[in-house]
Each structure stands twice: as structure tokens, then as C-alpha cells.
Design a protein around this ligand. Structure first.
Ligand code: IMP
Length: 423
């Protein structure tokens, strides 16, 4: 079976840490969507590592790591990730596999991303500007360049044709954009040569053989369900399916092969970039969450918007993904709040509703909270559920009852060891 690990909010839930904690149980860790817009932070042995495209299993000597067909790869960022691994003496060559069907982010995709955002002005998505949207547009437009194309003799010609088209499109946007394409291309082609040293495979055949051979596989999601291209807060979303179904198309596995679905959420909510966020806080509580939770984007360094947990949105994500186990991250950040709140209904056009409506912009919905008594205890050294403050236990029980799934893990700090497992 293949298990899935998915973010249930707007990304940055702490998936990197959980994959790292779970990885030792799996033979293969696979990424199935997104690209270097993701930033998975892992902290262990006093070192901080940020991965963007490479699966988090790379830090465990036993696991194979697959970058699936649904992923988009920026060779330049990929090269930097590999260099970082080399610096830490991580041997990746034998354990890193790349799907021939994964699409490649070209330098001009990044420029198109920037041009598109500039033209949108105030309505900008808040993209990470990594070229994700334009690359997926070329994929569905059937123009894209895939990793397997690098093995063809005419790939440079294909590159030139697409690049030429992109430059025309950039002009069409009529925005001022400064760039040095020669320098970008130099960096790109150097990185392509590094990429070529890795193993390109027909990953759908590999993964289905692994399933037949009873290997254990974990598919590691990037971003979160509310950024899903279909089910997220469109148009303020990313360009891939971040939800469970994305693992089937992004790896070539059948739905019947899916085992456990681990859903990761923060004890509160954060969002980077633009778009509606009903429980967003603009007061001291929000600032405290940002400060204690160190809420800055792993990829862009941008400050994250913070707010209370939205249980209506969480329930929606649990349903769409078929979550079987919940994992609550950053429980420690809520220590010291006198009152903790969670959104348990919306008021939509004057009526109380219990589901996520089509429009969740502030002019359409307001939130109704249930309040909980906080706790003062520092949680960061807690290792077992019995040591958890009663008020934290009540908060968790309420969440479980509301969304109908048990919480099996609570994270109380960034380190691998700061993890409480609940049987
Ligand atoms: P893009 O995917 O870079 O175009 O960004 C689209 C939206 O998704 C923006 O609001 C980004 O801030 C958000 N986003 C993309 N990747 C991540 C992530 O890994 N964590 C959190 N937000 C993300």
C-alpha cells in the first residue's frame, strides 16, 4: 500500500518534520506534486535543513526517494539542494530517482510568473515566483519540456522554441521586467548537466513494481489542501492537486492502493501569500503566534499570516482527502494563551452554516468561535500523552469529535524528538 502525508491547511503545517519522523518505517518516499515553491524544514542534530524538491527521506540511509511525474523541477534549485546534501555528506546518488515524466521549470517560466503577478497588481496571487504556474500551464497546454526529453537529441531545439515563445508572451504582458537571460541560461544549462548525473526512470513502472513487491511507500505532499487547484481558495491557490487524488495522478498509482492518509495541521492556522483567511488575526494574539511559532516562509522568508484554527476548513480537508489519522503540529506555540479559540461555524449571508462555502472572502463570511481555556505549561519537553495538560487534552478531544478522526501525533517543537505519539 501507499500511505499519504498531506497538509490540511494553506501549507507550512510541518510536513517535513513528520515525514522525517515517519520515514524510518518506509522503503520509498515520493513527492507527487508541486515544485520548489515548497520548503520542507527538518531539524535534527542541531542542524536545520530545508528541502524544496527532494523528498525528506533523503536523510535516512535506508529510504529510496522518488521525484514523481506530477512534480515540476527547477534544475537550478535542485542543484543547490544537492550541493547542500553533499556538504552534509549525504550520499544521494543511489537513493534519488527522478521520473522522466516530471516537467522542467525553465528560466523563462520564472519570468512569466513575475510578469503575470506584476500585471495582476493588487489581485496578485502572492506566488513564490518559482515559475510553478507557467510550468503547469505548459504541461496542460502540451508544450512542456520533461525530464525524459533531456535524453533526446533535439531537446535544445525544443528548449529554444519554447523559450522564444515565452519571450513573446512576456512582451505581451506589457510590464517592466529586468532580467539577464544569458546569465540565467548559463546557470540553467550547468544545472541540467548536474541533473543528468542522476537516475531518470519510468517512475510509474517502478512504483507499481514496488507495490507488487510489498514495499512500503509514503507519498509526501507539498503545500496544503486549501491551496489545491480545484478545492482550494481559487484563484489564490497553487497550480497542482495537493489533495489525496493528486498522489494517484502524480505517481501513477491506483486509488485502491492507498492505505493510511495522514493529515497534518497546525494547532492554529497560517497562510502566506494573498487570499481569504477567515480566522486571520490582526491583534496581539496573531503577533504572538507569529513570534513564538517563528512564522516565516521556508522558501521566501515572507512573514506568514496567523489566526485561530478553522475547524470548518479542517473538516472539509479531512473529507476531501479521506484522512485516517490526524497529526497536530506546533502545539507548544499555544502555551500561555489564556483563551484559545477555534472556528466552529461561519455566518454566510446572515445565516449560520457548517460548511465551507464557494466564497469565503471577508465580505461574505464571518466566523463564530468556540472558546477553550488555555494552558501555561511549556510543552517542549513532554514525551508522553499522560504529561499533557488537561486543557490541551480537551482541545484535542474537541477537534477529534468535530472532524471525526483521531489525533495520533502531537508535535511540541521542531526537533525529531519533540513528538508525542498517541496510541
Ligand atoms: P505558487 O505555487 O508559487 O504560484 O504560489 C501560489 C500560492 O501558494 C501563494 O499564495 C503561495 O504563497 C502559496 N504557496 C506555494 N507554495 C507554498 C508552500 O509550500 N507553503 C505555503 N504556501 C505556499
Amino acid at each position: 500500500m501507499i500511505d499519504l502525508l498531506l497538509g490540511l491547511q494553506w501549507g507550512d503545517e510541518g510536513k517535513g518534520k513528520v515525514v522525517d519522523v515517519l520515514t524510518r518505517n518506509y522503503d520509498i518516499i515520493a513527492r507527487f506534486q508541486g515544485g520548489p515553491n515548497a520548503g520542507h524544514t527538518l531539524i535534527f542534530d542541531g542542524n536545520k535543513h530545508v528541502l524544496h524538491t527532494i523528498p525528506s527521506g533523503i536523510f535516512h540511509p535506508r529510504a529510496m526517494n522518488l521525484v514523481g511525474n506530477g512534480v515540476v523541477i527547477d534544475p537550478v534549485i535542485f542543484k543547490k539542494e544537492l550541493e547542500n546534501l553533499s556538504r552534509h555528506n549525504i550520499n544521494f546518488k543511489e537513493r534519488l530517482l527522478i521520473s522522466r515524466k516530471a516537467h522542467i521549470i525553465l528560466p523563462t517560466h520564472r519570468l512569466l510568473d513575475a510578469a503575470s503577478e506584476k500585471m495582476k497588481g493588487k489581485a496578485k496571487i502572492g506566488s513564490t515566483l518559482k515559475g510553478i504556474g507557467p510550468t503547469y500551464m505548459d504541461k496542460t497546454g502540451r508544450n512542456g519540456i520533461r525530464v525524459g526529453d533531456l535524453e533526446l537529441s533535439d531537446w535544445k531545439e525544443r528548449y529554444s522554441n519554447l523559450c522564444h515563445k515565452h519571450l513573446k508572451m512576456i512582451k505581451f504582458y506589457e510590464v517592466e521586467l529586468e532580467f539577464d537571460l544569458d546569465a540565467m541560461e548559463k546557470e540553467f544549462f550547468e544545472a541540467i548537466e548536474v541533473l543528468r548525473e542522476l537516475q531518470f526512470i519510468d517512475s510509474e513502472a517502478y512504483i507499481n513494481k514496488a507495490l507488487r513487491d510489498k514495499k512500503s511507500i509514503l507519498a509526501e505532499g507539498a503545500q496544503g489542501s486549501l491551496l489545491d487547484i480545484d478545492f482550494g481558495t481559487y484563484p489564490y491557490v497553487t497550480s497542482s492537486n495537493t489533495t489525496a487524488a493528486g498522489a494517484c495522478t502524480g505517481l501513477g498509482v491506483a486509488p485502491s492502493r492507498i492505505g493510511s492518509v495522514y493529515g497534518i495541521f497546525k494547532a492554529y492556522t497560517t497562510r502566506v501569500g494573498s487570499g481569504p483567511f477567515p480566522t486571520e488575526l490582526f491583534d496581539e494574539d496573531g503577533k504572538t503566534m507569529a513570534r513564538i511559532g517563528n512564522e516565516f516562509g521556508a522558501t521566501t522568508g515572507r512573514p506568514r499570516r496567523c489566526g485561530w484554527l478553522d475547524l470548518i476548513a479542517l473538516k472539509y480537508a479531512v473529507e476531501i482527502n479521506g484522512v485516517t489519522n490526524l497529526m497536530m503540529m506546533k502545539g507548544d506555540v499555544l502555551s500561555g494563551f489564556k483563551t484559545i479559540k477555534a472556528c466552529t461555524s461561519y455566518t454566510y449571508k446572515g445565516k449560520e452554516i457548517l460548511h465551507l462555502p464557494y466564497n469565503i472572502e471577508p465580505e461574505n463570511v464571518s466566523v463564530n468561535y468556540t472558546e477553550f481555556e488555555g494552558w501555561d505549561e511549556d510543552l517542549t519537553a513532554i514525551t508522553s500523552p499522560s504529561q499533557m495538560p488537561e486543557n490541551l487534552k480537551d482541545y484535542i478531544r474537541f477537534i477529534e469529535d468535530f472532524v471525526g478522526v483521531k489525533v495520533s501525533l502531537v508535535s511540541v517543537g521542531p526537533d525529531r524528538n519533540q513528538t508525542i505519539r498517541i496510541e
